[in-house]
Design a protein around this ligand. Structure first.
Ligand SMILES: [Zn+2]
Length: 405
């Protein structure tokens, strides 16, 4: 099988793409660092602007008071918005490493492996996306496919300022591509858990610890009892995760019965159908404590990203994805369930089928050991470009574009 020349030529760009990755990863763009995000956004704008002079680039406000720093923006880059097939390719340009983090610069561990902040999660993915579209634009049927690239500044903190952009994508596109890193094995993402964060606040009654009889109500102990009960929920609801992330309570003095305690809890679900029973069980345990005289246990918070459950259109696309991978010479891989959430969760919730984990191979994300296999950027970009070329040729059928009203 012969590849279109622009796609066949991608591996020759590996060194140049690696240099671009070093430049981008050396720009600190922690989700809370407004100036760094602005620098990164400007770098993206100039690179995508130069690569696609005919595209329309729009800056979209991504305000989310209490979550995002003021003034941060997402970039939407659109090419051929009236072509018969429309696809969305997306990635985030924020990282978990803030301006004061010790981890700021890249270094090569060997010829192919780059260690650096966000090299895999997901600046390496953004470069894969860019290189794939550059090659696709030179293929003969590209006019049949229009695309939107959505680059966002707040994925690592929950996408509070951009969630609606992902949820609306289902009304404008046929399919989505998410450039989170592939697993170290090369596997991509089949489905992801949905996430939620709850705060359990327990109120009791303060008293002198040595008073007899003692009318104190120990909030620390009651909260502990609640927490020990809720971590057993996954035994009844398989594929649900409950993690007690932190706890505080009491006062500096130990001779006081503490009247207050608080814990934050991370929960994850695999199926949307598990949301209601999980909530019911959390409330049931909270009510058990509140039913006691002198105690009140309040539960606040809620679910953020819904689970990304695998859709039928994704099964079809994944088979084609594997075929394209084989045709460009990438070693066989499969797709796996991920406990971490991504913006792919929001695309699914908005009705847009999508493939996720399409970036280069990455490891040790969210740590100063984060690495990207730079030699996998070009081959992964080849898969994307060949898949889109086959869509443009009519060889792969994506779901129809929703009727615009
Ligand atoms: Zn990510």
């Amino acid at each position: 099988m012969s590849l279109p020349p622009a796609i066949a030529a991608l591996p020759a760009r590996t060194a140049e793409l690696g240099e671009l990755l070093v430049r981008w990863a050396n720009i600190n763009s922690g989700s809370g660092h407004a100036a760094g995000l602005a620098r990164m956004s400007a770098a993206l704008r100039s690179e995508f602007g130069a690569a696609f002079p005919a595209a329309t680039i729009t800056e979209l406000a991504a305000d989310a008071p209490g979550f995002n720093p003021a003034g941060v923006t997402a970039l939407s880059i659109r090419q051929r918005p009236s072509a018969p097939v429309q696809v969305m390719l997306c990635g985030h340009y924020d990282t978990v490493y803030e301006a004061d983090d010790a981890f700021q610069q890249c270094r090569w561990l060997d010829q192919c492996t780059l260690n650096g902040p966000g090299v895999a999660d997901m600046k390496g993915g953004l470069i894969t996306l860019l290189a794939a579209l550059q090659a696709f634009e030179q293929t003969p049927h590209a006019a049949q496919v229009g695309w939107e690239v959505l680059l966002t500044p707040d994925e690592e903190t929950g996408s509070h300022g951009t969630v609606q952009l992902f949820q609306q994508a289902g009304a404008q596109h046929c399919f989505g591509f998410v450039f989170e890193p592939a697993r170290p094995t090369g596997n991509i993402i089949h489905s992801r858990k949905g996430t939620g964060v709850f705060t359990a606040t327990c109120h009791g009654r303060a008293a002198h610890a040595a008073k007899i009889p003692n009318d104190g109500r120990n909030a620390v102990l009651a909260l502990a009892e609640f927490l020990l009960a809720i971590v057993k929920i996954p035994a009844e609801l398989p594929d649900v995760m409950v993690n007690v992330g932190n706890i505080r309570g009491g006062t500096a003095a130990t001779n006081v019965v503490p009247h207050f305690a608080l814990a934050e809890i991370d929960v994850r679900i695999t199926r949307l159908a598990d949301r209601a029973p999980l909530l019911a069980r959390l409330r049931e345990q909270a009510d058990r404590i509140s039913a006691r005289e002198g105690y009140r246990l309040e539960l606040t918070g809620g679910f953020n990203r819904p689970p990304k459950e695998c859709l039928p259109a994704e099964e079809v696309a994944f088979t084609e994805w594997q075929r394209a991978a084989a045709d460009v010479g990438v070693a066989p891989f499969t797709w796996v369930h991920g406990a971490g959430a991504s913006d792919g969760n929001f695309l699914t919730a908005g009705g847009l089928p999508n493939l996720d984990g399409l970036g280069p191979l990455g490891d040790a994300l969210h740590s100063d050991r984060e690495t990207c296999r730079v030699d996998t950027i070009a081959p992964r970009a080849q898969i994307v470009a060949l898949f889109l070329h086959r869509v443009a040729k009519g060889e792969i059928k994506l779901p129809a574009l929703p009727v615009r009203t």
